[in-house]
Design a protein around this ligand. Sequence first.
Ligand code: AMP
Length: 280
Amino acid sequence: MLIVQTIAELKACLNGEREQGHSVGLVPTMGALHAGHASLVERSVKENDVTVVSIFLNPTQFNDKKDLERYPRTLEADCELLEKCGAQVVFAPSVDEVYPEPDTRVFSYPPTDAVMEGAFRPGHFNGVCQIVSKLFDYVEPDRAYFGEKDYQQICVIRRMVEDLKMDINIVACPVIREESGLARSSRNTLLSDEERQLAAHIYRVLSESRKKQMSVAETHDFVVSEIDAIEGLKVQYFSIVDGLTLADVSTWDDAESVVGCITVYCGAVPIRLIDHIRYK
Ligand code: AMP
């Protein structure tokens, strides 16, 4: 496995692959890798001749600088995991390599990027589009792999790819969960054992809400009140939306696919956790 830090090295090694007609898969990550990331990498390894994994803690998508400071950094362990998964190239650039100049580009895809995470983390998806468009530019992948864990992110990236007419297949991969049901996340390492147990209630309540055959409004209120009733958890938002556009729905028949997206604060610090569930 080749580990490169510069765009020039990355391009040089990919040019060689492309000359041989090899397909390229890209898995963008921010490091602190776990089984969720591994599932994306393994899928890319199966579907492409060469898999590039980027590890870059992208400052432009963090609206909360404290969140960026405390984000776990585990490059050595990450590379060991990627080697086991069969990745061929790790691209781990510095901030100066990616942003020699401040990125002033503005991406805007309402309502998809304006609601939920877009509303509560101003500038977040602009930063995501800045880095992902740069990575697409450097790597020119045939396929790029993203986790449904960040459901809204996939919807925004699909809009960007459409908008910029990029010839890249966006592959959405299912959420990998801990045994308790908690969605695996790099931020879970910031939770105490007790907080981790609390956090498992998020998916338990979401799953329960699917079985109840309630209206959209009742489902919304059920999820928020059940989670808020647990000490140490506080819902920031729970939105039941069209699974494609992310516009709110008021009945189950309003859209072909309907998804509930939630963000919950957990524990003392507190740590912000996101999850979602598909209703139809
Ligand atoms: P991150 O390092 O958090 O930016 O995540 C990099 C990629 O891994 C994103 O496409 C995430 O959606 C995906 N990912 C993170 N956690 C999971 C998970 N538990 N299951 C599936 N994909 C995940």
